[in-house]
Design a protein around this ligand. Structure first.
Ligand SMILES: Nc1ncnc2c1ncn2[C@@H]1O[C@H](COP(=O)(O)OP(=O)(O)OP(=O)(O)O)[C@@H](O)[C@H]1O
Ligand SMILES: [Mg+2]
Length: 374
């Protein structure tokens, strides 16, 4: 199987609309790359450039040792799955899946074998004689996937394939996708604005904003070491707390409390401190609650140290069933969101609480550039 390479890819529609700015990345055999970013950031355009549905203004696209930049879509050996399924309504499931193979010189016996094998892996065997109009959304999406899979292309491209499905079905098909592609060798480029899909499916994620790659890393690094404020704010739900603090000596001032800064060559007058809601807790909170949090291993059974606590006032408690989101107003700051895994019935609005930030989970960012410091 061949590696997909994008080299300094650029697409300019007009001086003001430049949806793809100098994107360079590789997707190797067995890799699942997700392009993740907000609406309009250039995800679909990048995918369409790879597919050959658009021509880049600059840059190169390679599949293995082939430069495919100026090849027609049909000559690139790429299979693409669209959000809209794009099935032929007058054809059966079988014919839709076989449609990409008929153009090639493959015997009808071999086509039948390939289609039925993929149909079975997608649970579509019983439906091969139906037309798309008589299928559910999830089934249609599986047919669109099946049509891509039977072709055994060099590269798979998927553009928001789950976004037309309802929440439950999306979870189900997402899990199926993960299993399906774990046994595929061809590089996959997957487009979504849904961070859960990006985190669960990918071997690596490229976070895009305004046509630029903000960070290209495996999901755990995107989450645990966001490269800048954009990534920190975009990935994670509830969003990471991002607090703009004044610096004094080697500390940042959080109300009256001093937070030790990381080793910096020069201390700026202001800095952004990032901390995820699951890494803030209440002083004196039983460490049992903390232990339930998957990312914290080294808490032990001790009570959290009260002297390091920051006082605030609860102004919103949102019960999400398995967790509570508590919004706390801290003097001099906008708000801090705390995620509690245990039900906390004793909390109510206007209650004064003491917050503890876990020092090993602090993120620091430059106020001006937004870049991660450390
Ligand atoms: N053919 C075109 N001509 C002019 N501008 C275009 C064209 N296609 C896309 N754009 C613009 O390029 C930008 C990126 O569009 P693109 O479809 O790549 O975004 P996206 O990240 O896929 O967004 P979404 O999540 O909403 O699908 C948008 O501002 C869009 O308006
Ligand atoms: Mg799009």
């Amino acid at each position: 199987m061949a590696k997909l390479q994008l080299k300094n890819l650029n697409k300019t529609y007009s001086p003001k609309v430049v949806p793809v700015k100098d994107i360079s990345l590789d997707v190797s055999e067995g890799e699942f790359l997700t392009l993740l970013g907000p609406s309009g950031c250039g995800k679909s355009t990048t995918l369409r450039l790879i597919a050959g549905l658009e021509q880049p203004t600059r840059g190169e696209i390679r599949i293995g040792d082939r430069n495919v930049t100026s090849l027609r879509p049909g000559d690139r050996d790429i299979a693409m799955v669209f959000q809209s399924y794009a099935l032929y309504p007058h054809m059966t499931v079988y014919e839709n899946m076989a449609s990409g193979l008929k153009l090639r010189k493959i015997s009808s016996h071999e086509i039948n074998r390939l289609v039925m094998e993929v149909a079975a892996s997608l649970g579509l065997t019983e439906l091969v004689d139906r037309k798309p109009g008589k299928l559910s959304g999830g089934q249609r999406q599986r047919v669109a996937l099946g049509r891509a899979l039977v072709r055994q292309p060099e590269v798979f491209l998927l553009d928001e394939p789950l976004s037309n499905l309802d929440a439950l079905l999306r979870e189900k098909v997402r899990a199926e996708l993960k299993q399906l592609f774990s046994s595929q060798k061809a590089p996959v480029v997957y487009v979504t604005h849904d961070q859960t899909e990006a985190m669960t499916l990918s071997t690596k994620v490229a976070v895009l904003n305004s046509g630029n790659v903000q960070q290209l890393d495996p999901p755990h690094l995107i989450y645990n070491r966001p490269a800048n404020l954009f990534v920190a704010g975009f990935v994670g739900s509830p969003q990471m707390n991002l607090l703009e603090l004044k610096c004094q000596g080697n500390s940042a001032m959080l109300g009256n409390f001093k937070v030790l800064l990381p080793n910096l060559t020069t201390v700026p007058p202001e800095i952004v401190l990032g901390i995820r809601p699951e890494h803030v807790c209440f002083a004196g909170e039983d460490a049992g609650n903390m232990q339930a949090r998957p990312t914290i291993q080294d808490v032990g059974t001790r009570k959290l140290p009260a002297p390091e606590a920051i006082q605030g006032e609860v102004y919103l408690v949102e019960n999400l069933g398995m967790q509570n989101l508590v919004s706390v107003r801290v003097k001099g700051l906008e708000s801090v969101t705390v995620r509690l895994l245990l039900p906390n019935d004793r909390l109510w609005n206007s209650e004064i609480v003491e917050l503890v930030f876990w020092p090993q989970f602090l993120h620091w960012f430059d106020v001006k550039t937004g870049d991660r410091l450390q």
